[in-house]
Design a protein around this ligand. Structure first.
Ligand code: SF4
Length: 360
């Protein structure tokens, strides 16, 4: 009797299971997975990601307080609402005392990580930043300090680390240099961004990268490249949110990224990097009201509410209609705590550092 060998192609469920098993996929499989996926694939991926996060972190969500301490930036990224060319914006800088007052309020609300986020503002040179970081370090020895200040040289990163900073977030935005040049002015390069990320890791920072989902000119293949970059770089944190246009940027008429695709990619990131600190971003919460909660159910384990003074929040809009700009620090936190509790999770008042459990 003639025996026929029928080759059955992989489906997305197979690819998700393979990712779970091997913590990597080929470029072809990433491209296939991301080009055609269904609601069912999303649910399947979220359920594996959620189990993985539960195994590693339990039903705890780490809360980090973001202090947006300057909206002045020398750069002109095409997607960003606080880009240098935007003249429809009142610029501000917080003083060291104002930053410390935010930390004080945050500490009493239960935060044990402060995230200092700002544009690339030349005023905050190494001397000034070193002073701010070491003041926070001395006042709050039990707290983690995360910085998100953009590109600096290695010596500068080292000084900030030595002053007491623990973590650094620097999104790579896209792992393709041509796409990078479509999102940034010519003087900014992917090469420099990646070198900064490598420097941060070398120094010992818990290092975070990540990309915008649905940014202009992004294709499935470019997202596949991003996922392969994450697999290779092995960041300690991944910040991944949907692109949302800002009215005062060249991308004002572009469509926002998809919340569902963002959730799919978050769940795949959790499956691929089980230990990673993975925030459900404010951008996701801006795109859909339950975005951050859906993010937790897709494997996220971090939420980063705003600790900035209410008076300046509207001046730090990287994109339009940012969530949480009308409520003060305590109110924003309470709303999120309630939402988290409603799905059976709870806020954890610990530093929540990266701990490598897999891959050893
Ligand atoms: S994305 Fe960052 S570096 Fe670029 S303009 Fe905005 S704040 Fe500046």
């Amino acid at each position: 009797m003639e025996r026929r060998c029928i080759k059955i192609g992989k489906n997305n469920k197979d690819r998700i299971l393979e990712l779970n098993e091997n913590k990597s996929l080929s470029f072809e499989d990433w491209s296939a997975l991301l080009s055609e996926w269904t609601e069912e694939d999303l649910e399947f991926s979220c359920s594996i990601a959620r189990s993985s996060a539960l195994e590693t972190f339990g039903k705890k969500v780490f809360f980090r307080g973001i202090i947006e301490f300057t909206n002045i930036c020398k750069n002109d990224c095409f997607y960003c609402g606080i880009r240098n060319s935007n003249k429809n914006l009142v610029r501000y800088r917080l003083t060291k005392e104002e930053i410390l007052a935010c930390c004080n309020e945050g500490y009493h609300l239960g935060y044990r990580t402060f995230v200092l986020q700002g544009g690339e503002d030349p005023y905050f040179n190494d001397d000034i930043m070193e002073d701010i970081v070491s003041s926070i370090r001395h006042a709050y020895p039990d707290c983690a300090i995360t910085l998100s200040l953009g590109e600096r040289d290695k010596g500068s990163y080292q000084r900030l680390f030595d002053a007491g900073a623990d973590r650094y977030l620097l999104r790579h935005e896209t792992a393709d240099s041509c796409h990078y040049s479509q999102l940034h002015p010519a003087e900014m390069t992917l090469e420099n961004r990646i070198n900064c990320l490598k420097d941060l890791k070398d120094i010992g920072f818990q290092t975070g990268c990540g990309m915008m989902v649905g940014s202009p000119f992004q294709t499935t293949e470019l997202l596949a490249k991003d996922m392969m970059f994450l697999a290779d770089f092995k960041p300690h944190m991944v910040g991944m949110g949907p692109f949302i246009p800002h009215k005062d940027t060249p991308f004002r008429d572009r469509s926002a990224g998809s919340a569902e695709l963002t959730l799919f990619l978050l769940s795949l990131t959790r499956i691929m990097l089980p230990d990673v600190l993975l925030p459900a971003t404010t951008a996701l919460g801006t795109l859909r009201g339950d975005g951050r909660i859906k993010g937790i159910l897709a494997g996220c384990n971090v939420i980063m509410p705003n600790l900035s003074p209410t008076a300046i929040r509207k001046k730090y809009q990287l994109y339009d209609n940012k969530a949480g700009t009308d409520t003060d620090a305590e109110e924003s936190l309470n709303i999120l705590k309630t939402q988290v509790r409603e799905i059976g999770y709870e806020m954890s008042s610990v530093r929540g550092d990266y701990i490598e459990r897999y891959g050893k």
